[in-house]
Design a protein around this ligand. Structure first.
Ligand code: NAD
Length: 425
């Protein structure tokens, strides 16, 4: 901001267009900045204003389609929203290479989410724990009354789990409400239940309740995906062994595992976003699950099958929904769900699991063979060409020249663009 204060009284009461104008003025950007915000949002401005506070526009992320996926015997086209080059191509390529062996096989462990209720400041945590357990049927009744729609759909309270935590301020009793949230991601659903149950717990046990919130470590909502890549599809036993060594590196080293899992999330997050689901919730769950035994590890497992082919498996929490949040409100998310042809949250999770595994295969194969930069650079070169100011046909020509020069950098791009234009006259 060029001048003034960030204390903008009444900003939230303005329309998005008025906010954009005020913002442009405050930032010293001129009227074209407000026009840019309006044009970028197109017909999504009213929706943006409903979804978030102080909306001025939308940030459009490219939406592409991953092809070749054969998942549980079904041919699936997968919309992916990502700004990162190579991600969508990598999924399509990995999926093509495992079609001969049947594509991906997937499953889920269920639709159960966990809400946590914290109780603290008690001298007798073991007693409090038992008093909560004795109220199981009362707790079920409170939870189910909080969401009759979910109950009607066959969801609702499933179980209770009580843990006593030793903490820096003494013992705490943590009650887990385990709730089947069916086709909803379920954060609001279980948070509402936790807030309804908490005062009753205080009443029944005499112990003070504090936080009431879901856990994003959705380890009762796991997706599992597996596939086999035949040796002749991956470039032979040497490539297989190279992939296995890369995987073992990730298993042994959290520095490597973080990047290995980031590759999986390149695929996962892109489909989560394309369907209007909560990317942060899925990412938090994935990384917490990767560290569940006390050390951060790979979310996938790689091995050789009885025929010597490369077998991969991915297991991770995946709390996604078809209702609730932005999914139902966003027309593009709705359309993407139609393209996917899914009718349940579990069906969506299964596709996302397959995409995560495909992405992991592609990254491992690239790393174990030519290195990640070769494929990346061809697409990255296009971005660098655009940044250097290339227009129309110049973009491809400049990108090719950058790759050929082996130096995909903006300063080189600017120089080559000047030379290209000089040659053209
Ligand atoms: P929601 O409350 O909007 O929708 C869920 C409700 O829809 C259910 O409670 C049920 O009453 C109803 N429903 C209708 N048809 C259903 C069906 N077929 N299956 C299940 N329920 C059906 O949304 P939600 O899924 O409870 O919460 C998701 C939202 O919460 C996301 O926007 C997320 O970003 C947000 N959130 C996340 C966190 C977190 O992850 N830590 C915390 C708070 C909020």
């Amino acid at each position: 901001m060029s001048e003034g204060t960030s204390r903008l009284s009444g900003f939230h009461k303005l329309t998005p267009a008025e906010r954009a104008e005020r913002l442009a003025r405050l930032a010293g950007l001129g009227p074209e900045a407000a026009a840019h915000y309006a044009a970028a949002a197109g017909d999504q401005l009213a929706l943006a204003d409903r979804l978030v506070e102080n909306a001025v526009s939308t940030l459009n992320v490219p939406l592409g389609i991953a092809t070749n996926l054969l998942i549980d015997g079904r041919e699936i086209l997968v919309p992916m929203a990502t700004e990162e080059s190579s991600v969508i191509a990598a999924v399509g390529n990995a999926a093509k290479r495992c079609r001969a062996s049947g594509g991906f096989t997937t499953a889920t462990s269920g639709n159960e989410m966990i809400a946590q209720i914290q109780q603290l400041g008690m001298p007798d945590p073991a007693q409090v724990r038992l008093k909560v357990l004795e109220r199981r049927s009362d707790i079920k009744a409170v939870c189910d009354a909080a969401d009759p729609v979910l109950l009607e759909l066959g969801g609702g309270f499933r179980d209770l789990e009580i843990r006593v935590l030793e903490t820096a301020e003494g013992p705490m009793v943590i009650t887990h409400l385990i709730v089947d949230t069916r086709d909803a991601m379920g954060a609001n659903a279980v948070n509402t239940m936790a807030e309804a149950v908490a005062p009753r717990l205080a009443e029944w046990t005499g112990a003070r309740t504090h936080l009431r919130i879901l856990s994003n470590l959705a380890d009762r909502r796991l997706v599992r995906a597996r596939a086999v890549w035949p040796l002749d599809e991956i470039g032979g036993a040497g490539v297989r062994d190279g992939i296995l060594s890369a995987y073992r590196f990730a298993e042994a080293d959290p520095y490597r595992a973080a990047t290995h899992n980031k590759g999986i999330m390149n695929g996962v997050t892109a489909v989560v976003l394309a369907t209007g689901n909560d990317t942060r919730a899925v990412e938090a769950g994935a990384h917490a699950y990767a560290a569940r035994d006390g050390r951060y590890r790979s979310l996938s497992r790689w091995e050789t099958d009885a025929d010597g082919n490369l077998a991969g498996a991915l297991e991770m929490p995946l709390a996604v929904g078809l209702v609730g949040g932005a999914t139902r409100l966003h027309p593009t998310a709705q359309q993407n769900l139609q393209v996917l042809g899914v009718e349940t949250a579990a069906g969506l999770a299964r596709i996302i699991g397959a995409v995560g595994l495909a992405q992991n295969f592609a990254a491992l194969r690239a790393l174990a063979t030519t290195g990640i930069q070769k494929g990346h650079m061809a697409l990255h070169a296009q971005n660098v060409a655009l940044l250097a100011g290339a227009l129309g046909e110049e973009v491809d020509a400049l990108a090719a020249a950058l790759v050929q020069a082996g130096e995909v950098r903006q300063d080189v791009a600017e120089r080559l663009l000047r030379e290209l234009r000089a040659r053209k006259g």
